[in-house]
Design a protein around this ligand. Structure first.
Ligand code: NAD
Length: 330
């Protein structure tokens, strides 16, 4: 099958080519993101392959349908950037990689917690300047702290297990509670109870109309004074301007984010020689207690292998008319 692969970076080519045995599929790589302005690049293809920041809204889908695209294959787990109703309406199938390595993202969430807490990012630079002082480096024990987990699916489960291993008290909220996690000692609470009791809150639920701006000024007013908030899920779970207010008044003690609500213009790009026009992220970057990583939670060798294998399997299943195991349905 001939597939237009959008938002391609060198690692996408490397891993997809590695598993595309005997060039089973004809993969044409484009650096451009897929949106209404770039659909013409997919003329002559049967399928498009996209990533987290491609914008596949109704208008883009309409254009894709007109040029004969039959499959949108996401090489990621989240699908908030695809208008599923519009795709269904145009009889375009949508597939994704539902689980490639939940541990990759869960472990990154833990990396954000440990770095913010023990300030290893600061001390790394200090020591390079021969500054061996301990000034302003005091952290806190994770042992016996309460960690609130919102969304206990695949990544949330992996995260809960790691935090239980640290000796934390793990409380959680999910619209579907996990009996397995309960048996392991996770206690489900209401959202308000979770906000009130957590020293650390980590977000692992999808972005949808119900979860958009889950963290706004109202929520920030409910969390424990000085709590840490970690978001490796999707940027718009947090209203950034309200997070900035909560950081300024000191109520939010730490913020670690691997995702950002306006990340499309920034993440995955080297902008070191550019003037950043996004004032919100500039303000966030100025806080000493904020740590930002550019959507790298998924970025491990094991996860990239699995993403490539599943992405290619989705093409093959579609081409051969097999049941689409990884179809995203409305
Ligand atoms: P999953 O589908 O296995 O789990 C999501 C969980 O959220 C489910 O248990 C679901 O019941 C729960 N949920 C749904 N609506 C909810 C709500 N309103 N409140 C609380 N919980 C709710 O998904 P996953 O594989 O664990 O991935 C979680 C999210 O992580 C994805 O949606 C994606 O946005 C993000 N993600 C980020 C990266 C990264 O690199 N940073 C990589 C992969 C996935």
């Amino acid at each position: 099958m001939k597939i237009a692969v959008f938002s391609t970076k060198p690692h996408d080519r490397e891993f997809l080519d590695k598993f595309n045995t005997n060039n089973r599929h004809e993969l044409i790589y484009f650096e451009a993101a897929l949106n209404t302005d770039t659909t013409n690049l997919a003329v002559g293809f049967e399928a498009v392959c996209v990533f987290v920041n491609d914008k596949i809204d109704a208008k883009t889908i309409d254009k894709l349908s007109k040029i004969g695209i039959k499959l949108i294959d996401l090489r990621c787990a989240g699908f908030n950037n695809v208008d599923l109703a519009a795709a269904k309406n145009k009889n375009i199938k949508v597939t994704r990689v539902p689980a490639y390595s939940p541990q990759a993202v869960a472990e990154h969430a833990v990396a954000l917690i440990l770095t913010l807490n023990r300030k290893t990012h600061k001390v790394y630079n200090r020591v390079r300047e021969s500054n061996f002082s301990l000034e302003n480096l005091i952290g806190f024990n994770l042992y016996r702290k309460t960690v609130g987990v919102i969304g206990t699916g695949k990544i949330g489960t992996a995260f809960c297990q790691i935090m239980l291993g640290f000796g934390c008290k793990v409380i959680a909220y999910d619209v579907n509670e996990s009996e397995t996690l309960k048996e392991k000692g996770v206690v489900y609470k209401t959202l308000n109870e979770l906000f009130k009791n957590s020293d650390i809150i980590s977000l692992h639920c999808p972005l949808n109309p119900k979860t958009k701006y889950l963290f706004d000024s109202k929520t920030f007013s409910k969390i424990k004074n000085g709590a840490m908030l970690i978001n490796t899920s999707r940027g718009a779970l947090i209203k950034t301007s309200d997070a900035i207010d909560a950081l300024k008044n000191g109520h939010l003690g730490y913020l670690g984010i691997d995702v950002y609500e306006q990340e499309e213009q920034l993440f995955f790009k080297d902008l070191s020689e550019s003037i950043i026009q996004d004032d919100l992220i500039e303000r966030l970057m100025a806080f000493h207690n904020v740590l930002i990583t550019p959507h790298q939670g998924f970025f491990t060798k094991e996860a990239l292998d699995q993403i490539a294998i599943t992405t290619l399997k989705n093409f093959t299943d579609f081409e051969e008319g097999l049941p689409l195991e990884n179809e995203v349905k409305l």
